[in-house]
Design a protein around this ligand. Structure first.
Ligand SMILES: CC(C)(COP(=O)(O)OP(=O)(O)OC[C@H]1O[C@@H](n2cnc3c(N)ncnc32)[C@H](O)[C@@H]1OP(=O)(O)O)[C@@H](O)C(=O)NCCC(=O)NCCS
Length: 183
């Protein structure tokens, strides 16, 4: 099913900020402790306004309510809300550096209905149009199955350091975009 993702607007930010914790605290619960999720909400799982500004962040709505969000980036940052960034996020070179997939969150009531995949396909089409040759992302353990099912391969497992000595296990994933392929 195609959920027709549309570009997020700045007026969507409060709805996205409400969606993120409900998504994280339910859908990541099988993978992370409550303390890990609490510590990651905000610094790791948060809104990056730069993506909305760049026109690379999407939302999916149902009955005028945002039920999913996610995007891509032509910039260097791999993950995290913008509250942690104090300097500008430099642009990548599409010829030599991979585009990023960023900040996917689906409302738990709408999980496993293809919302995440619809947004990912919209991102990949835009990334191809921007002439990147590959895509990189840092996935949560909850996100890994979505990306694996769409052709992304794990290249590295590592931990993101959180407050209070907590650590969040994540996985770096990559997907090439062969020339003239339909992905
Ligand atoms: C990751 C997330 C965005 C996936 O969104 P979604 O809309 O539920 O995913 P989709 O329905 O599009 O799933 C597409 C495919 O991905 C795979 N997949 C997705 N979630 C899965 C899960 N929990 N277990 C196993 N496979 C899964 C399946 O192959 C699925 O196809 P299928 O349902 O036909 O079997 C959602 O689980 C989420 O918001 N998680 C919490 C926030 C988070 O961790 N985000 C990831 C940041 S990197």
């Amino acid at each position: 099913m195609n959920w027709n993702p549309k570009l997020a607007q700045f007026t969507d930010i409060s709805a996205i900020q409400a969606l993120i914790p409900s998504s994280v605290l339910t859908l990541q619960a099988p993978y992370y402790s409550q303390a890990q999720m609490d510590a990651a909400l905000g610094p790791v799982f948060g809104v990056d306004r730069q993506l909305i500004h760049d026109g690379t962040y999407y939302v999916v709505e149902n009955d005028d309510r945002i039920i999913g969000c996610g995007g891509w980036s032509r910039r260097k940052t791999l993950f995290g809300g913008d509250q942690c960034r104090s300097s500008p996020d430099p642009e990548l070179n599409p010829a030599s550096e991979p585009a990023r997939i960023r900040a996917f969150f689906v409302h738990p009531d709408w999980a496993r209905r293809g919302v995440g995949r619809s947004i990912l396909l919209a991102c990949e089409a835009a990334i191809r149009a921007a002439r990147f040759h590959s895509i990189e992302l840092v996935a949560t353990l909850a996100g890994e199955p979505l990306y694996a099912s769409c052709g992304y391969a794990a290249t590295e497992r590592f931990n993101i350091d959180l407050n209070d000595g907590l650590r969040l296990p994540v996985v770096r994933m990559r997907k090439p975009i062969p020339p003239d392929s339909g992905l």
